[in-house]
Design a binder for this molecule. Structure first.
Ligand code: DC
Length: 228
């Protein structure tokens, strides 16, 4: 069974996806980390960020892998071609580079195919931007998670402090969120938007535990209705 969680940066998708996966006994797939890993590789190899053909070749040819701790549904590490990029993909530099990379149609094609292969192998909570619309249009549960720009920026700053990587300047983080929302929503290939049948949840001012419980309830309801 697939639980799709889409929404803009900083809406709380990662925290919610991990907790929902743990509660349901599902695995967790962070598709943003996959686009970030390709962006990292493009910068490493000096591939131009507007060269769709070269980026596509990179995305198709690279080996993406997640490191797991037994018993934890959320991957602990991200590897690309054997390099541990867990921290390196969270820098402000990658925040910027990932927009053009994730807008490249050939990159999206390669990542979508890989995400569908991974998801077909079991029960997954998949977080991203186009999971309910493109990657898993038949997902049993589709959630579109949002929050106000200000709340998302505050959360992202706290997350960067905890991770010890990325900008901790509120104004810079807010400007970057707004810029990326705009880029993600207006690109031609698989833009950020809620699927018509997605449940829209606004986490502004709500306890994250409530959101987690609500999504677990939706998954339980889908299962009771026979979803697999
Ligand atoms: O969720 P995130 O901030 O780690 O995502 C990084 C970037 O990847 C973000 O700018 C949008 C893009 N992305 C995407 O285009 N499609 C996805 N399914 C997931 C992320």
């Amino acid at each position: 069974m697939i639980v799709a969680i889409d929404g803009p940066s900083g809406a709380g998708k990662s925290t919610v996806a991990k907790a929902v996966a743990k509660e349901l006994g599902f695995s967790c797939l962070d598709t943003g980390a996959m686009y970030r890993a390709v962006a990292w590789l493009a910068l490493q190899k000096g591939v131009a960020l507007d060269d769709d053909a070269a980026l596509g070749e990179l995305a198709r040819g690279c080996e993406l892998a997640f490191g797991h701790t037994p018993g934890d549904p959320a991957p602990k590490e991200v590897f690309v071609d054997g390099n541990d990029v867990t921290t390196a993909i969270r820098t402000a530099e990658i925040d910027k580079a990932v927009s053009p990379v994730s807008a490249a149609p050939s990159v999206r094609e390669a990542m979508t195919a890989q995400q569908q292969r991974i998801g077909a192998a079991g029960d997954y909570v998949v977080e991203g931007r186009d999971i309910g619309t493109v990657v898993f249009p038949d997902a049993a549960v589709k959630v579109f998670l949002t929050a106000s720009n200000e709340e998302r920026a505050h959360r992202r700053v706290r997350q960067n402090v905890d991770r010890g990587v990325g900008s901790i300047d509120y104004a810079e983080v807010l400007a970057d969120l707004v810029r990326r929302d705009e880029a993600d929503s207006t690109r031609a290939a698989a833009p950020l938007r809620a699927a018509d049948d997605a449940v829209q949840l606004d986490s502004t001012g709500r306890y994250i535990e409530d959101i987690i419980a609500e999504i677990c309830g939706l998954a339980q309801g889908a299962r009771d209705a026979g979803a697999r």
